[in-house]
Design a protein around this ligand. Structure first.
Ligand SMILES: [Zn+2]
Length: 555
């Protein structure tokens, strides 16, 4: 799954600074009487999905030879070819460029060079541990200025709060904290799009750089963010970065921040304590900062992998169910391999197991089945966005998308709980509800709405093009707080880190169940008289397949 950072969505919002977002309509899933049994073909299909196959394919994809399946790296190419070979062995027909299984996608890889530096007075901060540049793709920079600390930079005149009072930020290196401040409800901070507004105010004041002190909280320690943003960046070659006027943005750890305050007469801790008060006023840090942001870019390519099984109905076979999973992980960097076993070798293997089951199934589904393993997901859903824009199957005839993107909760035990991300938006939601009892699975609503998971994986690329979509998450029985805690703990240590490898304790019946549900859900979509539809209560209700207009910013 794509990483969630407060400035991730900032890029888009800065480009479209005055776009007003449309409020999402809270939709309610419609209950349908459960059909507790599978039909003959459905249980045959389900039986053809095996633990052995999923296990073997996950192991192959996350093996050291695949080098973390990096976008634009040899390991990524190796994985793409390996998946293409699997498709071929399943008897799928190629659905890539020029009769192949591969669809080429061009990228630009950008890396900060060794010249990149941050001096606070005469002390330097260490790149990759004490600071990192927030990727902004708007060129090399060499800037300096007096440092001024503005806390959260909140201006709320009606509450007598002005953390920028009297400060001239022009040419300064502005040091600030990422909100919300303690005691400010996170939800309302997000609803007001407060960070964006504040950031815009600060940038328009003309500073030479903006430095964020990462607080990040326990869930996302600043060191993790720094490790993440200091890696190579992947974008499309023609992608616009931040406007050139946006100055360098730097993220610093606690240790890095300490150096910024060393001449101010207060420690970082004292400054942060003051920062949390309504009375806060800007503090001159009494030293200069000098920042060099130097990048190296090169063009690279990577591939989506696509194949299909032709439907058996002469008419309906023109329509397809699109299964997807991203195969890329963070690849190889600085000698480390980011194997991405749970995210998303596992999801890819589950999708491959579905393809394998369909290839052996008799009878064949009425509609065609398209299987798509996408690249570049981690950097911004690039592979799926590319396919959605340059589809190799008529997008108007893509009945639905079913996506898998792991945080690995399906290996915690036999899967008894499932979440269908996107269920509240389309008729696929009630189809999932209807088949769940046959698998003794309890479907629950999104247990972590704050994480905005629905917008962070590949199915959303198809939603934007009007295709109803669902992403499946599997979890064990019992109190959701228990397994959610396990997810959160895992996110702290292994998610997007070299530690995401297959663990001996994984319960493989879980992934098997997820693949079975996905296969049968696909079957039901395939056999239905009509393609799934958006619910009238959904914010996507008016979208048609083939939609080309950009959607308003998510809520
Ligand atoms: Zn993922």
């Amino acid at each position: 799954m794509k990483r969630f950072l407060f400035f991730d969505r900032g890029r888009r919002s800065l480009l479209g600074v005055f776009i007003v977002s449309v409020l999402a309509v809270q939709a309610i899933g419609q209950a349908v009487a459960p059909v507790a049994r599978l039909s003959g073909p459905e249980s045959d299909l389900s039986d053809k999905i095996t633990v052995a196959s999923i296990k073997e394919m996950t192991a192959a994809l996350s093996s050291p030879e695949m080098e973390g399946r990096g976008t634009g790296q040899p390991g990524g190419d190796k994985a793409a070819n390996w998946i293409a070979d699997k498709f071929k062995s399943f008897g799928l027909k190629p659905l890539g460029d020029k009769g192949s299984y591969l669809q080429k996608v061009d990228f630009k890889e950008t890396t900060a060079t060794a010249e990149t530096s941050f001096m606070a007075g005469d002390q330097s901060l260490a790149y990759g541990s004490e600071f990192a540049l927030i990727p902004q793709n708007n060129g090399n920079k060499n800037v300096s200025g007096e440092m001024v600390f503005v806390s959260y930079a909140i201006q709320a005149k009606q509450s007598n709060v002005d953390m920028l009072e009297g400060a001239n930020l022009s040419g300064k290196v502005v040091v600030m904290i990422e909100g919300p401040p303690p005691g400010f409800p996170k939800k309302s901070w997000e609803e007001q799009k407060a960070q964006r507004t504040i950031f815009r105010t600060v940038v328009l004041a003309g500073p030479s750089a903006v430095v964020f002190i990462g607080l990040g909280g326990e869930e996302r320690p600043p060191e993790e963010t720094i490790s993440y943003i200091s890696r190579r960046q992947i974008t499309r070659p023609d992608e616009e970065g931040y406007p050139a006027v946006v100055p360098p943005m730097i993220y610093v750890s606690a240790q890095g921040a300490e150096k910024l305050f060393s001449k101010s007469g207060m420690t970082r801790k004292q400054a942060l304590d003051q920062a949390a008060t309504k009375e806060f006023k800007p503090i001159n840090l009494k030293q200069k900062a000098k920042i060099v942001a130097k990048y190296e870019s090169k063009k690279v390519t990577s591939n989506n992998v696509a194949g299909y099984l032709e439907g058996s109905d002469p008419k309906l076979k023109a329509e397809a169910v699109l299964f997807s999973a991203h195969y890329d992980a963070y690849g190889k960097e600085n000698g480390k391999i980011y194997a991405g076993a749970a995210d998303n070798a596992l999801g890819t293997a589950e999708m491959l197991a579905v393809a394998e089951a369909y290839s052996k199934a008799a009878p064949k589904p009425k509609r065609s089945m398209v299987f798509l393993a996408v690249t570049g997901e981690e950097y911004g859903l690039y592979g799926s966005k590319y396919w959605a824009k340059e589809p190799t199957w008529d997008i108007k005839k893509v009945a639905a998308n079913l996506n898998l993107d792991g945080i690995g909760s399906e290996v915690y035990g036999p899967v008894k709980t499932m979440v269908g991300y996107g269920a509240e938006h389309s008729s696929i939601g009630s189809m999932l509800d209807a088949l769940a009892p046959a698998f003794e699975v309890n479907v629950i609503p999104d247990p972590m709405p704050d994480e905005k998971v629905f917008y962070r994986s590949d199915h959303y690329s198809f939603v934007e093009r009007g295709v109803p979509a669902l992403m499946l998450l599997g979890a064990p029985a019992g109190d959701k707080e228990v397994w959610m805690k396990r997810i959160k703990d895992w996110e702290k240590t292994d998610y997007h880190q070299p530690g995401d490898v297959i663990q001996p304790g994984w319960v493989w019946e879980g992934p098997e169940r997820v693949a079975e549900v996905m296969a049968v859900l696909g079957w039901r979509i395939s056999e239905a008289d009509a393609m799934p539809t958006w619910l009238s209560t959904s914010r996507f209700a008016k979208l048609e397949r083939g939609n080309a207009k950009e959607l308003p910013e998510e809520k």
